[in-house]
Ligand binder design. Sequence first.
Ligand SMILES: [Zn+2]
Length: 70
Amino acid sequence: MAEPSTCAECATQPAVLEDLDTMPPAPWCLGCALVLVKLGDPVLNYRALGDIAEYTAAIARGTTATLRFG
Ligand SMILES: [Zn+2]
């Protein structure tokens, strides 16, 4: 197991997921990741580093609320 990363955004909280769309992958804490969901720009291509049950639930709610087709 790798050392726990610190969030690249707030630099204070432990990262719970990594954004794999960036190089190198950017670590996000739960709080900052949830802000992205609220902003409508969630990290969808990610690798879990910790407990992200709350994040995946937020994405499920967010995408259900904001789905756009066509
Ligand atoms: Zn953060």
